[in-house]
Design a protein around this ligand. Structure first.
Ligand SMILES: [Zn+2]
Length: 481
């Protein structure tokens, strides 16, 4: 008995070491500005499943059969999938497993946005989603389980977890889902308030695990909230997934050397006959690789027309105003999120990486399976500028000039004199623009005017369409004191 207890504690520890260091909002990038983790691809997962098909070596069972399965001549495997956010990725994975004849268990999370539209409202079930849950069970032959976030439900969403679980399991079962077990979800709140969601079950909260010390209650601000609890039996549940009798545990939520644990790691290949192992795989971390390596969208800030993308010629055509600064951060989308874009050897992040577009630009798009590399050419058509501004104006020494770009006025400040003086003004315009004084084109960018008058300088942009009239006038400098 004591030995079993020690083993259980060690196992929990193993499982929750992983739980502790897991990234809660991981989405394929180890961090926003690092090169993405390319180890988690559907292809690698499929290769792993193909290995599991070797029935002389492995016996793969849904988790509700894990404890009952005894076979010392093989390795017992349970595939556990927590569906935290992305239901579609789980659908994709479930189909791959079904095609290869490998059963798995999918735990659906009631506090996720695909399941309840409002986590504070127990009546906000998204009904059509149950159809999909049923497909997991009936069409793809997987076990469906409850991914429990019940303590969070009470502490944060202020719902009665006992009542909620009764109603939700009743509803699921009425729909035809066979729910045998639950698996605790590692909510970010668990870290803040030091609890584990399986503490909801009296059966699973005999002692706290590591620094998740809040076994029966937690303090939120000044308020101490005592958990409402239930027994697994009350809900007709057979097991909690963290309390199965496995001796090994691997999880893609674990980081090794800054990367997610994955099936490239050698450790799982050292499994021995008689081992009982659970693999936790979050389908949403795993990427479907395709071989297209295509841009579906490309945009430069300030471009003048829509982008034209030709997937056959692999060209991107963009119109961009002449004379503008060309150090820009392109924004783009690929036909899937699993290809990477490079500019030379530089990794390009959409909206973040600044590149020089004054020359022709070539991008290389690589799929993560390494099978496809495509080179794309970006062609920029420079369009005439539509800017019709006075950029600078000089009025000689000791005279100050104020350019008001909004009102399109220029003031030249002169010293107070008895007689008006003659001003000689030199100006420069937006690139390619022309100036007119009383409809006469001005070849030399110079104006002569008396200090008691004003002139209107018409500036026509390079595009020949945009015209701004600028009022240039002199005013006397205010004498201080
Ligand atoms: Zn989870």
């Amino acid at each position: 008995m004591l030995k079993n207890r020690i083993i259980r504690v060690i196992l929990q520890r193993l499982a929750f070491m992983v739980f502790l260091i897991s990234g809660m909002s991981f989405n394929g990038f180890s961090s926003e500005f690092c090169v993405p983790d390319t180890s988690l691809t559907f292809e690698k997962y499929e290769a792993f499943l193909r290995e599991l098909k070797d029935e002389t070596k492995y016996k793969v069972v849904p988790l509700h059969q894990f404890r009952q399965t005894v076979d010392t001549s093989r390795i017992i495997v349970g595939l556990k999938h927590d569906v935290d956010n992305n239901l579609q990725r789980s659908v994709d994975m479930a189909k791959v497993e079904y095609r290869l004849g490998i059963p798995a268990t999918y735990y659906f999370l009631h506090t996720s946005s695909y399941y309840f539209s409002n986590p504070n409202d127990a009546n906000s079930r998204i009904i059509p989603v149950y159809k999909t849950f049923l497909q997991f069970q009936n069409d793809w032959k997987h076990e469906v389980g409850f991914h429990s976030d019940l303590i969070t439900l009470q502490l944060i969403h202020k719902l009665d977890p006992v009542d909620f679980l009764h109603k939700e399991l009743d509803y699921m079962r009425q729909q035809g889902l066979r729910i045998y077990g639950s698996a605790a979800h590692g909510s970010p709140y668990c870290k803040s308030y030091h609890y584990i969601n399986y503490y909801f079950f009296e059966d699973c909260s005999k002692e706290p695990f590591m620094h998740f010390v809040n076994l029966n209650s937690a303090a939120l601000g000044n308020e101490t909230i005592t958990y409402k609890k239930g027994r697994m039996l009350d809900f007709d549940l057979d097991y909690e997934a963290y309390f199965l009798d496995n001796n090994k545990y691997y999880s893609d939520a674990q980081f090794i050397g800054g990367r997610h644990w994955n099936f490239d790691q050698a450790d799982w290949r050292r499994l021995k006959t008689g081992d009982r192992v659970i693999f936790l795989v979050h389908p949403e971390h795993w990427l479907k690789v395709n071989t297209m390596a295509e841009f579906v969208d490309f945009h430069l800030p300030g471009q003048t027309q829509n982008t034209e993308i030709d997937v056959f010629l692999r060209t991107i055509q963009i119109s961009y105003p002449k004379h503008k600064a060309m150090l820009l951060k392109p924004e783009f989308r690929l036909n899937d999120t699993v290809s990477d874009v490079f500019f030379g050897t530089q990794y390009v992040f959409s909206g973040f990486t600044e590149l020089d577009f004054s020359k022709n630009v070539e991008f290389v798009v690589k799929t993560r399976n390494g099978k496809t590399t495509k080179t794309w050419n970006l062609k920029i058509h420079f369009t005439p500028s539509n800017e019709a501004e006075i950029v600078e104006l000089h009025a000689g020494k000791r005279m100050k000039v104020f350019i008001d770009n909004k009102a399109r006025q220029v003031f030249v400040e002169t010293k107070a004199r008895r007689k008006p003086e003659m001003l000689r003004l030199n100006y420069s315009l937006s690139p390619g623009a022309l100036a007119f004084l009383e409809n006469k084109p001005q070849k030399e960018a110079r104006i002569k005017m008396k200090s008691d008058t004003s002139v209107i300088l018409s500036v026509l942009a390079e595009d020949g369409l945009t015209r701004n009239d600028w009022l240039i006038s002199a005013r006397e400098m205010k004498v201080r004191n």
